[in-house]
Design a protein around this ligand. Structure first.
Ligand code: GLU
Length: 445
């Protein structure tokens, strides 16, 4: 890290004790932006770093609800509205037992730059709860979502803050959340949430967008190197919404995904993952990847296994933060992996990133490679605002263009700053510059 930037980072640690994921996310961005400050002295003058590292607003609230047995449960809700220089706060809600303030802040901080890279008018935010949806009935999920929204609604609005899904929050949860928002406010304000069902204001391709976008980004990185996904062996971690549609797009682009995973284990299917079976298990039955292996004679399941031990040309980490370590990166490099695109948020540890950089692996960080989801959320907002509904083909075409533009911006920025091929630096610098310039224009707010 540039020595001029170090004191800012020390201050972030001092002010936010114990929030290790937040520190990690801030460190990654600050490490990249030394040269930007040298070029733009006005950013230091306007205290952009100090301001950008401090959320504009943080809301923490109690979420009381009753389970099916009539027992009262108390969870904690969060919304961190990090930066609204480019547009209304935008970012997902995560329901997972690991959620705490530090996790929400890391995600919200990343979201600022990711959203800036899309070129769409959206600020950065994140929220969620430590509520664990696993094993909960539809009724319990509904009661939880209603209680969560009963507090959160007062902070939202299509011009204020627009949540969407993330881990543990999909169309079902967005439905319950929207229903309660509509009831409390007496407004059919479609643009207040994205990831809605198609029949009630949702946009085609939103479900597929993050996974598709990650595959598009991998394809763009390979294209620059005179290569493509065609004929490649690919390993995807996770089996949620991002993973499923990354697999689908890789297959459409001629690659073969031979493995995916969940928090219990890994399935290896050398002939290629049967997407219809995986979708039926995950989306209809809400099952686990071991159920997939039970129905595929050629597939093997390893409980507690590591997807990165399986040899591949391309790796797409689509599960969660810090799931790909330095050791995993070394294994992937040894096995001949040439490209990594992050479908999840910050899935690769700093050591992992270093290992990939040293081995000249094309590495697309989440801010850039998984921005397709939130970009398509912005397209959903655009359709809601004009009371329009675009076709699947038109929306997917827009998504492909946006991902190609993000790739080009990160690539060109890395070149401009003398770090060719470094998408980490390229994405951090390009995202930071957009937000910083807007913040300077808006004055001290
Ligand atoms: N949670 C997703 C992300 O990490 C999507 C956010 C959104 O669509 O607002 O970008």
């Amino acid at each position: 890290m540039d020595e001029k930037v170090e004191p800012f980072f020390d201050e972030v640690i001092r002010r936010n004790p114990g929030e290790v994921e937040f520190h990690q996310a801030v460190r990654e961005v600050l490490t990249s932006i030394g040269p930007v400050l040298a070029k733009h002295p006005e950013f230091a003058e306007h205290k952009i770093i100090e301001r950008i590292c401090e959320p504009e607003r943080q809301v923490i609230f109690r979420v009381p609800w009753q389970d099916d047995a009539g027992e009262v449960q108390i969870d904690r809700g969060f919304r961190v509205e990090f930066n609204s220089a480019l547009g209304p706060y935008k970012g997902g809600l995560r329901f997972h037992p690991s959620v705490n303030l530090g996790i929400v802040k890391f995600l919200g901080f990343e979201q600022i730059f990711k959203n800036a890279l899309t070129g769409m008018p959206i600020g950065g935010a994140k929220g969620g709860s430590n509520f664990n949806p696993r094993g909960r009935s539809d009724d319990e999920i509904m009661r939880f979502c209603q209680s969560f929204m009963t507090e959160l609604y007062r902070h939202l609005g299509e011009y204020t803050d627009v949540p969407a899904g993330d881990i543990g929050v999909g169309q079902r949860e967005i439905g319950f959340l929207f229903g309660q928002y509509k009831r409390i406010t007496n407004r059919y304000e479609s643009g207040v949430l994205t990831g809605k069902g198609i029949q009630w204001g949702g946009a085609l391709v939103r479900t597929e967008a993050t996974g598709y976008g990650t595959a598009f980004f991998a394809q763009e990185m390979l294209k620059v190197r005179g290569d493509s996904l065609d004929g490649k062996t690919v390993v995807v971690s996770g089996s949620g919404n991002v993973a499923v549609y990354a697999i689908q797009k890789v297959h459409q682009l001629g690659g073969t995904v031979v493995a995916c995973s969940d928090s219990d284990g890994v399935v290896h299917d050398p002939k290629g993952i049967d997407l219809e079976l995986l979708r039926e298990i995950k989306e209809v039955r809400r099952g686990r990847v071991r159920h997939y292996a039970e129905q595929r004679p050629d597939a093997t399941y390893v409980a507690g296994g590591n997807p990165w031990d399986i040899p591949c040309d391309v790796a797409l980490p689509c599960a969660t933060q810090n799931e790909l370590t330095g050791k995993d990166a070394a294994t992937l490099v040894r096995n001949g992996c040439i490209a990594v695109a992050e479908g999840a948020n910050m899935p690769t540890t700093p050591e992992g990133m270093r290992t990939f950089a040293e081995a000249d692996v094309a590495f697309g960080p989440g801010k850039a490679a998984n921005a397709g989801g939130v970009a398509t959320s912005a397209l959903e907002m655009q359709q809601n605002a004009s009371r329009d509904a675009w076709s699947f083909g038109r929306t997917e075409q827009r998504l492909a263009e946006i991902m190609a533009d993000i790739h080009e911006l990160c690539f060109a920025t890395a070149e401009e700053y003398g770090m060719p091929g470094n998408y980490v630096a390229g994405s951090n610098i390009a995202g930071f510059q957009r937000v910083a310039q807007a913040m300077v224009s808006l004055g001290l707010i």
